[in-house]
Design a protein around this ligand. Structure first.
Ligand code: G3P
Length: 220
C-alpha cells in the first residue's frame, strides 16, 4: 500500500517525509486555502520535498479552462498529478491530459459508476471520499470494496484506487484489508498509526531494565 499525505502544510510534509514512509501528497482547493500560501509556489515546494505524485487540483469547471489550468499545473514539476472533479467536463479533461501522458487524479468520487467512468477516462488515480460518506451514515469502505472488485474484473483498467477523506487509522487498516492501492492520510492520522499504548509501555520497561545493566552499546 502507498501512503500519500493529505495536506498543503509544507512543514508537516517535511516531517513525515523524513520517516521514509511517504509516497506522495494530495492537495485540494480547501487545503491550499488553509495553507495561506500561493498555490503554484506551494505545489513547487511540495514537489521538491517528495519524489512521488503530488496532486494539484484545477479550479475551473469547464473543459477548456480545466485543460489550460491542468497543462499549467503539469508543467510545475514532473511529479505533479493534475486533480479534476468527477464531472463530464472533468473526465473529458482527464481523457485529454491522460492521452498526452499527464497523470490525473479524479476526485470527489462517491459511487462505483463514477469510478468506472474515471477508469475509462484514463485516470491514474480515483479518489473515493470515504469519510464524507460515513459522515452521512453511508458506508464509505463498502464503496472502496465495490470499486476494487469492479476494477479487478478488467485488466485494461489501470486506475489506482486512492482512498481519500480518511478520518482514522481504522480507515487505513480497512482499506488495506480490501487491497486499495493508496491511502491519502491527514498528517495527524498518519502519526496516530505509529501509536499503541502497549508499545510505549513496553519500550519504557525495556529502557528501565537496560539502564539497570549499566551498559552502553556504543561504549563510553
Ligand atoms: O483529498 C480529499 C480530502 O482532502 C477530503 O477530506 O476530510 O475534507 O473529507 P475531507
Amino acid at each position: 500500500m502507498q501512503f500519500f499525505v493529505d495536506t498543503a502544510d509544507v512543514d508537516e510534509i517535511r516531517n513525515l517525509a523524513a520517516t521514509g514512509l511517504v509516497d506522495g501528497v494530495t492537495t485540494n482547493p480547501s487545503l491550499i486555502a488553509k495553507s495561506g500560501r500561493d498555490f503554484i509556489e506551494v505545489i513547487k515546494e511540495i514537489c521538491d520535498l517528495v519524489d512521488g505524485p503530488v496532486s494539484a487540483e484545477v479550479a475551473a469547471t469547464d473543459h477548456d479552462t480545466m485543460l489550460a489550468e491542468g497543462r499549467k499545473l503539469a508543467k510545475i514539476a514532473d511529479n505533479v498529478a493534475v486533480k479534476v472533479p468527477l464531472t463530464p467536463d472533468g473526465l473529458k479533461t482527464c481523457k485529454t491530459l491522460a492521452d498526452a501522458g499527464t497523470k490525473v487524479n479524479v476526485t470527489l468520487c462517491f459511487s462505483p459508476g463514477q469510478a468506472i467512468l474515471a477508469a475509462k477516462a484514463g485516470a491514474a488515480f480515483i479518489s473515493p471520499f470515504v469519510g464524507r460518506l460515513d459522515d452521512i451514515s453511508s458506508d464509505g469502505m463498502a464503496l472502496i470494496d465495490e470499486i476494487c472488485t469492479v476494477y479487478s474484473n478488467y485488466t485494461d483498467f489501470e486506475t489506482k484506487v486512492l482512498v481519500a477523506s480518511i478520518r482514522s487509522p481504522q480507515h487505513v487498516i480497512e482499506a488495506a484489508k480490501i487491497g486499495a492501492d493508496v491511502c491519502t492520510v491527514p498528517p495527524g492520522v498518519l502519526w496516530q498509526l505509529f501509536k499503541h499504548p502497549l508499545t510505549d509501555a513496553g519500550l519504557k520497561a525495556f529502557l528501565a531494565d537496560w539502564a539497570e545493566t549499566g551498559q552502553s552499546i556504543l561504549g563510553n
